[in-house]
Design a protein around this ligand. Structure first.
Ligand code: M6R
Length: 367
């Protein structure tokens, strides 16, 4: 039941504040993150020397954000690997490796096979999953469920923000257990503030982003740039657009521009740029602003996603989409929302069925 929404995707985008709130609920105790399902795993978390996050598609981009969070808070090296690549090489894993799989459906065959392979090689496995009792969590040593509710649209939205939320919780939980993070930084407050901030993005930017997409219905290619945790969001923005609007889209790490992709920039080329907050790193922010100048000088049509009050981007942007202030790790959950709306509105403007894109299945149960 679409509940009055034009599509399941529109409904699921609107449900994101709730998806995040439900994923956090019951996992904060006395001002710290405590995930009850992970009770009893403290020794495992203290003993591991490596984490490998494995997933496919959108879930793998959530994993890329998770890498930043786990490394920063739990001080453990993290690699992110596409599940279908992981199994076909000879990874260095063993009893001190934790393999974290991420899957909305819990039935993705590539991810399932990666989990089984990791277990056979002696690694410990933890799954982040949105479907109670699915195969992947059953095959894993532990599970942290996302509580996004059933996701029907093929293009993943609310499950993605819930996956990032679960990874942030995992990073904070592991950081506490490993003694590498105490909540002096206000991470718990940041988490709890997320649902209201997502609601603000939806309320304040939705109409304008949709209008922008309407103007761009004839666009043949869109590029997305980001750095740090903005990089996986650039990849996700491009995937959303490909999946439902069939427009060619690429996401790049902004720092790669001059190593190749800048050759793609010609007058009128639309480019979304995810601008990190200058409050986290003035240097990173300045680098992205200089990337914007580089592409603008070559005629790109620049659509910036930046935090409220960031005026440095104004002289070089054709459009500015604002997100509320948040600490770096929490920004992706806000920044992805306008990109989801953009993809959905553009597909709708082209007269496409956003819930059932051609050639795709919701859950990929074959390898
Ligand atoms: O169910 P899963 O999270 O394991 O699915 C993984 C990917 O197939 C999925 O995220 C896919 O990329 C979506 N269609 C993205 O919108």
């Amino acid at each position: 039941d679409k509940g009055g929404w034009p599509s399941f995707m529109a409904k699921e985008v609107a449900e994101q504040p709730e998806a995040v709130a439900n994923t956090i609920r019951g996992r904060i105790k006395d001002g710290a993150v405590v995930i009850p399902e992970l009770d009893g795993l403290d020794d495992l978390f203290r003993g591991i020397d490596r984490v490998i996050i494995t997933a496919c598609g959108t879930a793998s981009f959530a994993g890329m954000v998770g890498k930043y969070a786990l490394e920063q808070w739990a001080r453990v090296p993290v690699d992110v690997e596409l599940a279908h690549e992981f199994r076909y090489r000879d990874p260095v894993i063993g009893a001190h490796t934790l393999v974290v799989s991420i899957s909305q459906s819990g039935e993705t065959m590539d991810t399932l096979m990666a989990v089984k392979y990791a277990r056979e090689r002696g690694a410990r496995t933890l799954s982040i999953c949105n479907t109670q009792g699915a195969t992947i969590p059953r095959e894993s040593d532990a599970v942290v469920y996302t509580h996004a509710g059933p996701e029907v649209a093929v293009a993943s939205t609310k499950a993605f923000v819930a996956q990032i939320t679960a990874l942030l919780l995992l990073g904070l939980h592991m950081g506490r257990v490993r003694g590498s993070h105490t909540d002096g930084s206000g991470a718990v407050a940041e988490l709890e503030a997320l649902p209201a901030k997502i609601s603000r993005v939806l309320a304040e930017e939705e109409a304008r982003v949709a209008q922008l997409a309407g103007w761009m219905a004839d666009t043949r290619s869109v590029l997305f740039l980001g750095r740090h945790v903005g990089y996986p969001i650039a990849l996700e923005g491009a995937l959303k657009l490909k999946e439902i609007s069939y427009i060619h889209a690429e996401g790049f790490a902004a720092g790669e521009l001059k190593h190749g992709p800048i050759a793609l920039i010609e007058p009128g080329q639309p480019v979304f740029v995810l601008v990190p907050s200058p409050r986290h790193s003035a240097l990173l922010h300045a680098k992205v602003v200089s990337n914007i100048q580089e592409i603008r000088a070559r005629g790109a049509r620049v659509i910036v996603i930046a935090e409220e009050g960031d005026a440095a981007v104004l002289p070089f942007a054709d459009e500015v989409i604002r997100i509320p202030l948040a600490e770096a790790m929490f920004e992706p959950i806000l920044a992805v929302v306008p990109l989801q709306i953009f993809a959905m509105a553009l597909a709708t403007a082209k007269g496409l069925d956003v819930d059932q894109p051609r050639n795709l299945a919701k859950s990929v149960t074959v390898e």
